[in-house]
Write a protein that binds this ligand. Sequence first.
Ligand code: HAM
Length: 418
Amino acid sequence: MKYKALKGLQDILPPEISIWQYIESKARDIFKSYGYQEIRLPIMEATDVFIRSIGETSDIVEKEMYTFQDKGGRSVTLRPEGTAPFVRAYVEHHLYNNSSPQKYYYIGPMFRYERPQAFRYRQFYQIGAEAMGIDDPKLDAEIISMLTAMLRNIGIKGLNFEITSIGCKNCRSDFKTALKGYLKDKMSKFCGDCQRRYELNPLRILDCKVPTCIDSRQGSPLVIDFLCTECKNNFNSLKHQLDLLQIPYTINPNLVRGLDYYTKTAFEVSSESLGSQKAVAAGGRYDSMVEEFGGPAIAGIGFAIGMERIISLIKDSFRKPDGPDLFICPLGDEASEKGLQIAEQMRAKGLWVEINYDSASLRSQMRKANRIGARHVIVLGEDELSKGEIVIKNMLNGKETKTTLEIKTFLKIIQKSK
Ligand code: HAM
């Protein structure tokens, strides 16, 4: 074969596409009940949108972005995530003028030039949600509750829900000083990236995946021990709200997000059955991004679910999609023409109808109907056309029903057994 999909990108084909549609529709149902509206944003942005928000020293910006110059010489980037483009649009369209909280969701592809492996792709899909304009742990708890409901509704079990607080700018500066002090004499054991980030952004050292760096940072100070009074109260209140809503969670003070924009609440949902790529969803609060993008001081919180990862968790138990409501087996040219008319009339009534197009024997047409999972079959031959009568065969229970060749009558029979 001459051409293949690029490494780390995949075609999503039937029947697997029905799992995607199922998840998307379950997600939309939940979003509706929480008042979230859909937005569709471009898949490309000016590169600066991501550098400013995700952070210059993050892995995403340093190593994983698909960045190129367009024909006008501008640096553009395929979105590696949805929050920064969302905030760009939020500020550009003054969405903050609507009454708070403003709640939005998006479903679409993201692009990261990572080393492809199981459940890690270069193009992957996220279902994301962002709630703006309220800086209150009640909203944090509600969004976590919505994510829990969504994953439960989709049918995913056995997930770990981890939360933490990574503080605000104020508490983080004390933490940075303590962290740098702790790491100072150990830096020779760290990788080149960490050594570089020590001065630029020491917090990123906590996110490095290199095994020697993981070992060498054991015992380092935790940001949760440096929270200012406001952040501490905020986190306690979040836990209280989650308890009230009976959302199970664990506190993981070692939880580090790979994006710089987070403040206060951060969370991650994971499944042990996914191995090393176990995060199925993640999110948190970002209280200064809107201002950094030129908007007013408005707080935000959101999450994104990795579609491929949740699909892999429900794939095996997913029921195969139904086949057509009706398969028409015409025998001869006249029957074919009549069959096409019937098919069109039935489709106009909302039924899924397939017809055989070639002159195959009745036996092979019946085999085909079986193979595609047709729920009913009718045979149209000379006899049926001249008498104006047909037999509808229910393929699930084998029952045959004789009826006149009138759409009205057999529509009723098929709909009744649906
Ligand atoms: P993130 O943790 O970078 O957060 O990604 C969210 C989820 O996307 C991950 O938990 C994972 O399930 C999925 N994911 C990430 N990278 C890949 C990949 N290469 N292949 C397959 N799945 C992947 C964000 O993107 C934030 N924008 C979430 C957010 C929204 N925070 C606030 N609002």
